[in-house]
Design a protein around this ligand. Structure first.
Ligand SMILES: Cc1cc2nc3c(=O)[nH]c(=O)nc-3n(C[C@H](O)[C@H](O)[C@H](O)COP(=O)(O)OP(=O)(O)OC[C@H]3O[C@@H](n4cnc5c(N)ncnc54)[C@H](O)[C@@H]3O)c2cc1C
Length: 469
């Protein structure tokens, strides 16, 4: 059997769902197919034993794209916002130290040693040049500031976003604004505010906390509420348990409205085909590369070379009376020099209501990442035990957890490693050979949910315009 649609979206993670949602809203006949039995990809919320936990992302930063979708779907009332003043901690010499959230506080903080402060002054008064063709985040921080800044603050921050290795991550791919700031003004600090302003001017504004920072948020029933609302809205235009196994490029001649792609799909009923005028691949790079191999072998090479970091998400519940710490704040990050398996721990029940039963606290830690891939070889039980033992002394925990849940993502996050910018440029050039082909996903503009949604809306708009012309 063969189905024909204007747009076929492959993959129903947040990138694919948001693209399909915007396409159908623009009256483009759309089908989104998802290989798994449920939509959402790595976004998964679980309610069990009175706990509400997240198996993947714990929360997200609001932006105007997400707010617009929430508003459309009647989800605004269900959003819960974290206190933007909630302190964040970093583990230094075995103790949790608050990280000042404003530049002056940070400058005055003992977290920055004399060497880093002198380097900051040098950056402010001097002129430096970014090396070509690419530079790792670690080399950038060492060149401009200090090893201590890299270990204590930048490394943990990088693992908090990418679960990445700063020695491998490309500065210009992972943190383009820092690269642009130095390039434009010869100084990170002189250039950063104009660079932020220039970007902000280009982007529509999202919801802001009292101090003007994007506010961390989720929903009353977890992140998956957004997925469920999008799926409900798409109705039969979303088909789960349907895996795309191959893609063929069709010769549509001069007919702009003839199908340009045929996707072979495996459904519970058997093999089928879907023909589409526009094709959006919202799947991880390895899958996209394999699917496009028949169009041009270079796709497989460029996409297949993107490395992923695996992450285990370990959620532990404790009785508050067994924890000798206020748990007031966002949680803490862990420098690699501490040699712990824990990359960082979020204090979920302090940030959002309804995450744990009365009198109990939910804490979620991350293990593995690009700097400790071997950790994921351990069983779920060992991972939970390891984290419990590591956070016990840090938070004055006296008893075993009363709740535990471990989710292992072998390919959790794409790594924006050295060469990533050049790879994306090559990919864009290849894509140009196949009009009607689009990529969506967390390896393009950044891994944050808000960025994926923003990008999805842009792609849908590009497609809408392509039909109008
Ligand atoms: C542990 C973890 C913590 C995170 N923390 C945060 C956070 O705190 N804040 C934040 O903003 N972001 C966070 N992120 C990042 C963010 O969640 C992801 O970048 C984003 O959700 C990715 O969405 P996606 O749709 O691009 O990809 P995915 O969610 O990977 O979706 C891709 C989909 O494609 C489907 N698929 C694959 N092959 C096929 C096929 N052949 N046919 C059909 N379908 C197919 C898959 O089953 C999957 O559903 C985190 C991610 C992880 C893993």
């Amino acid at each position: 059997m063969s189905t024909q649609v204007q747009a076929l979206v492959v993959g129903a993670g947040i990138s694919g769902l948001a693209t399909a949602y915007a396409l159908q809203k623009a009256n483009v006949s759309t089908l989104v197919v998802e290989a798994a039995a449920r939509p959402g990809g790595v976004i998964r919320s679980v309610q069990r034993d009175g706990y509400l936990l997240e198996c993947g992302p714990q929360s997200f930063s609001g932006n105007s794209a997400i707010t617009a979708i929430c508003s459309d779907l009647g989800l605004l009332e269900e959003r819960v916002l974290a206190d933007p003043k909630a302190p964040r901690f970093v583990l230094i010499h075995g103790a949790l130290q608050a990280v000042p959230m404003n530049p002056l506080g940070l400058l005055a903080s003992p977290l920055l040693g004399g060497g880093t402060k002198r380097a900051i002054l040098r950056d402010l008064l001097g002129k430096s040049e970014a090396p070509e063709p690419d530079e790792s985040v670690a080399d950038f921080i060492r060149r401009k500031f200090s090893e201590r800044l890299l270990d204590w603050l930048v490394g943990p921050f990088v693992s908090g976003i990418y679960a990445g290795d700063p020695e491998k991550l490309s500065l210009r791919a992972a943190f383009p604004i820092l690269h642009e700031a130095e390039k434009a003004s010869g100084s990170l600090l002189r250039g950063i505010f104009p660079a932020i302003k220039a970007r902000a001017a280009k982007r529509p504004k999202g919801p802001k906390g009292p101090r003007g920072r994007p506010t961390l948020q989720t929903f009353s029933e977890g992140n998956e509420m957004l997925i469920k609302a999008l799926a409900l809205n798409l109705g039969e235009r979303l088909q789960c348990g349907v895996e795309v196994t191959g893609i063929e490029h069709l010769d549509s001649g001069h007919d702009a409205n003839a199908p340009r792609f045929r996707a072979a799909v495996r459904t519970p009923q058997g093999e089928e085909a879907v023909e589409a005028e526009r094709l959006v691949l919202a799947v991880p790079t390895g899958v996209a590369g394999k699917l496009l191999g028949a169009l041009d072998g270079e796709f497989e090479k460029q996409l297949g070379d993107v490395e992923y970091a695996g992450v285990a998400v370990v959620s532990l519940g404790y009785r508050k009376k067994d924890v000798n710490h206020s748990l007031e704040g966002f949680g803490f990050l862990v420098p690699r020099s501490s040699r712990l398996n824990d990359l960082g721990t979020v204090w979920n029940s302090s940030l959002f209501p309804g995450r744990a039963p009365e009198g109990e606290a939910l804490l979620t830690s991350f293990v593995g990442g690009a700097t400790n891939p071997g950790a994921l070889q351990q069983s779920e039980a060992v991972l939970a035990e390891t984290i419990h033992k590591e956070i016990m002394p840090l938070l004055g925990i006296r008893q075993e957890p009363v709740f535990s849940n471990v989710t292992i993502w072998p390919r959790a996050l794409p790594q924006y490693n050295l060469g990533h910018t050049a790879r994306l440029a090559a990919l864009e050039e290849l894509r140009g050979k196949f009009p009607g082909l689009y990529f969506a996903g967390n390896y393009l503009n950044g891994p944050a949910i808000g960025t994926c949604v923003e990008q999805a809306l842009n792609i849908a708009d590009e497609i809408r315009v392509s039909f109008a012309n």
